[in-house]
Design a protein around this ligand. Sequence first.
Ligand code: SF4
Ligand code: SF4
Length: 300
Amino acid sequence: MYEIRFHGRGGQGAVMAAQTIAEAAILEGKQAQAFPFFGAERRGAPVMAFARIDDKRICDRTQVSEPDMLVVMDESLLEIEPVASGLKEGGCAVINSRLEPSEVDLGTVTRCVSVDATSIALEMLRAPIVNTSILGAMARANDFVSLGSIQQAIMNRFGEKLGEKAGRLNAEAAKAAFERSREGLCKGERKVQKKNAWLPTWQETPPGVALPRTSKAGMAVGPGSMTQNLTGSWGVSFPVYDEERCIKCQRCWFICPEGCIRRSPNDDLEFDLRYCKGCGLCAKVCPKDAISMRRKEASA
Ligand code: SF4
Ligand code: SF4
């Protein structure tokens, strides 16, 4: 699996870049996903987006904490965010900068592609929206997706939204960035803080991190009110857990929107079906098919 983490600022198009690289991968017959980190949605605020690409089904739905590729769309983020945190050994960084790779200090010595994406965007698109230029530099950094597929995905996505001419211009900006990118090794002098991984390990999760077993009478709204909302009646199906297949990866626990999966003291999973709304997400993310969804019996 190839994992990418984008760091940008609101308005630079980090989310669109993640979606476009995923679409390019899909055009090549691969599996892909892309999603943003929702923080304060404000132009100029630091934002993140993530993408995963693989030849097989992707079960992981967590944020990317250990990327193979790091994309920095605004070099000023190096001063305020530990952007290189978790970058895999042998990974690479793509950075929007006028500096040569050897002058960029990411806090870790790694293969780096630098490109002056802001100048390319201003020159070709008349706006400092650097996402399509960055996509071209990404193709230069690694051939996990070809430049041709990236250009096609740009024309599909941007053309649909902004018109055919804008789609073509953005695809040309990607090609220009591909050609003007510079490759090298960056510096590792800056101190990079470690970011905590988003998903705790099985051993770190305390038993019983789910809704309490009993619900008490009380307020219908406000903190804790979800215990009284028995969402288990909402669904048409329910999960069936096969303990033999389970490898305790916790993906189901992590994804359950209703908090109804509990780690029991003997390390098995327990499903509190009073709150299960039958969304099926737990079964969808399970890499071992240890959860299957079964249709509820019709009630008289
Ligand atoms: S079906 Fe949905 S609500 Fe029910 S346990 Fe699975 S993830 Fe949770
Ligand atoms: S049921 Fe599946 S997703 Fe849940 S812990 Fe077991 S293997 Fe992981």
